[in-house]
Structures are given as structure tokens and as C-alpha cells.
Design a protein around this ligand. Structure first.
Ligand SMILES: C[S@@+](CC[C@H](N)C(=O)[O-])C[C@H]1O[C@@H](n2cnc3c(N)ncnc32)[C@H](O)[C@@H]1O
Length: 352
């Protein structure tokens, strides 16, 4: 069996192939090869016929003598240049998602939203023909763009992919048997709204990973995962990739980089009936667990048994909104003794 799209990834350039042309200044242009067509710039043109039949990695010279390097775009090149209706997950984050969510060949994966389909393509490659990627997207126009993007990349519709237009919260319970999904990836504004349906669909031990753009979303989804009671303690991180400039002796980091794309947060589905084990770490002094309706605290999660729990300085038993103290924000604060020592070190005795 030939893996989907693999025959379009190797061999000499053929009619219909997308080819990335790089000029001597590093500027890139993507063309789709068609017999008799020409690629024009203000300085001359290249005949597509010169590339059809040439090996991947060839050079071609235009009518004005400008030389171009011709290569098939990699998936990472393709997603950055394909048509997009919504922001895409960048390759650096897609790589993290595939690895950290352990998306394996044959896996059943649920994804929402689809946006432009960038992440869907990485998921499809990871699960292969024997897996399934069920993607959900609220907007029909975005779904349409995503399907077209993936079709152009794989050269055909990927057999492991279904794209459904609709809201995940409404659609997922009809589409997935409870406990039948191995991995769920959410890239949307409000992933916390989907936790009930995701929890129901995920198999015990299954992974949920969310990509969010802001720290406020990260905080909200982390608390929702904890409060849900069916997930393990979430882990969050971001990745930064800094390219390097390699020219002669000037080997150094590039001056520009993508300073921020998004945060990732992942958790795993507990077996049915299992309550999350207590967190071992001692919560900060300012940490106040939220109370549930029975007044017993949500807190199997997040350290309600910690000896500092609820000691936020308020006299209401710690149920009021948390105070924004350095401790609550996880900052290390020097003890009064250490402060006195620090002051002795920097302020002359005459001024004390
Ligand atoms: C940033 S885009 C996703 C980009 C995509 N991951 C990619 O790499 O191309 C977020 C999408 O989620 C969709 N969305 C938001 N909430 C949703 C929900 N509850 N169910 C389905 N789709 C949703 C939005 O319409 C939007 O297209």
C-alpha cells in the first residue's frame, strides 16, 4: 500500500506539482507546474516546461539570467504559504502536539476547530491510513478551505479524514462512542466549553491537548480541567524556536523570530470513577480552593488538603475571590529574616 500523498513527494517534477522557487536573494515563489505556462517576475520569466521532468532540487535560469533553486515545498513550507481563513498552528507547535500528545499510527483523533487545516495535515500524517482524524469546524467556509488545502497537499482526499461542519459540543456525542477516542486536540477560543463532551469521548488514558493564544485562556482552561474531576493534573508549556544566521564567521542567532505563537496545555483522561490524586506540591500561601455547591471544595484537585489551603488572609474561610498576592501568583518572596540580611548588605549602618 502506498502512503497517501507519498507519490507526490518524490521523483522528478510532474505536471500539477507545486514547486517552490528561491531566487538569489532568498525570496520564494510557489508555482504549480503546467505545460506551456510561464512564471513571470519584473525581471524575465521561467518556462514551466523546463522544470517538468527535472529532478527535485534542480536549478533553472530565467530569460534575464536569474537563477532559481526549485524544490518541492515541505509540509512546513506549505502550511505557511497556503490560503488561510484563520490563523494556523505553526510547524513548531504542530511538532510539539504530535509528539507530546503521542499521536501514533492507527490512532483515533478528534480535532476542533479545523481552521485552515494546517494541524489536520500533521495529524493525518501521524495517524496514517489506518487511523482516523475526525475534525469539527463551526464555519463551513473555513472547512471548505481546509479540505481544499489538504487535497492540494496530499494530491487526493486523505482516506483517514472526515471533516464535519458544526460545533464540537453538539456534534461529538453523535459521532464518537463514549471512550472510543485516543487523542483530542482543541484549537479554539473557548476549549473549556468542550470538556464534558471530550471527557466522554476519550478512552481512559487518552490525551487532551489544547492550543491557546493567551495566558488568560491558559489559566481558565487549566482550572476547568482541574475542576472537571476526570482529568489528570494538566501540564502547560510554550516553545520558542530561534533560527540561526550562518554566514562566514557571523554564526549567531537571527535577529528576528516569532516571539509568541501560543501555549500548549495537556492532560489525560482518568479511568471512569477515579478521582484525581492529590497534588503533592504545596500550594502557595495565597492559594484558595474554590468551593463546590456542597461546600466541600472542588478539591480533590489542587491541594485543598495542603496546610496553607484557604489561608489567603481573608476572614471568609478562603471562599472569596483570590487575592493577587505574589504568593498566589507563584512568585518566591524573601522571608523577613532574609530581607533584613539583604538590607544589612546594601544599606550602610549609619543610614539604617
Ligand atoms: C485558530 S482556528 C484553527 C486553526 C487550525 N488549528 C489550523 O492549524 O489551521 C480556530 C477555529 O476553531 C473554530 N471553532 C471555535 N470553536 C469551535 C467549536 N466549539 N466547535 C468547532 N469549531 C470551533 C473556529 O471557527 C475557527 O475556525
Amino acid at each position: 500500500m502506498t502512503a497517501t500523498g507519498s507519490r507526490y513527494r518524490r521523483g522528478p517534477f510532474r505536471e500539477g506539482d507545486r514547486v517552490q522557487l528561491t531566487d538569489p536573494k532568498g525570496r520564494m515563489h510557489t508555482i504549480t507546474l503546467a505545460p506551456g505556462k510561464q512564471f513571470h517576475t519584473h525581471k524575465g520569466h521561467v518556462r514551466h516546461d523546463e522544470l517538468i521532468g527535472a529532478p527535485d532540487g534542480s536549478t533553472v535560469t530565467n530569460t534575464a539570467g536569474v537563477q532559481y533553486l526549485a524544490l518541492r515545498p515541505l509540509l512546513s513550507d506549505y502550511v505557511m504559504s497556503m490560503p488561510r481563513g484563520a490563523a494556523v498552528i505553526y510547524p513548531k507547535d504542530a511538532g510539539q502536539i504530535i509528539t507530546m500528545a503521542d499521536v501514533f499510527p492507527g490512532a483515533v483523533v478528534v480535532e476542533a476547530g479545523v481552521g485552515s487545516g494546517a494541524l489536520s495535515m500533521s495529524l493525518l500524517r501521524a495517524v496514517g491510513e489506518t487511523g482516523r482524524v475526525h475534525s469539527f469546524e463551526r464555519r463551513a467556509d473555513f472547512a471548505e478551505i481546509a479540505v481544499a488545502n489538504a487535497r492540494a497537499f496530499f494530491g487526493e482526499d486523505h482516506p483517514a479524514w472526515t471533516v464535519q461542519v458544526g460545533d464540537l459540543v453538539e456534534a461529538l456525542p453523535h459521532e464518537a462512542e463514549p471512550g472510543s477516542v485516543d487523542r483530542v486536540v482543541l484549537d479554539m477560543l473557548a476549549p473549556w466549553d468542550c470538556l464534558d463532551v471530550v471527557s466522554q469521548a476519550l478512552a481512559p488514558g487518552g490525551v487532551l491537548i489544547c492550543y491557546v493564544a493567551t495566558a488568560t485562556q491558559l489559566s481558565k482552561v487549566a482550572e476547568a480541567m482541574r475542576d472537571h474531576g476526570t482529568f489528570t493534573e494538566p501540564e502547560a508549556w510554550e516553545s520558542m524556536v530561534r533560527g540561526w544566521h550562518l554566514e562566514g564567521l557571523a554564526v549567531r542567532p537571527q535577529h528576528r523570530m516569532h516571539g509568541h505563537t501560543g501555549f500548549l496545555i495537556s492532560t489525560r483522561r482518568l479511568a471512569p470513577g477515579v478521582t484525581p490524586p492529590l497534588r503533592k506540591r504545596r500550594p502557595g500561601r495565597g492559594y484558595a480552593p474554590q468551593e463546590d455547591e456542597s461546600g466541600s471544595g472542588t478539591g480533590e484537585h489542587a491541594g485543598s488538603s495542603g496546610d496553607d489551603a484557604g489561608s489567603n488572609g481573608s476572614d471568609d474561610g478562603g471562599t472569596a475571590e483570590q487575592e493577587w498576592t505574589p504568593e498566589a501568583l507563584g512568585e518566591r518572596v524573601a522571608s523577613p529574616k532574609k530581607m533584613r540580611k539583604l538590607v544589612r548588605g546594601v544599606v550602610p549602618p549609619t543610614e539604617r
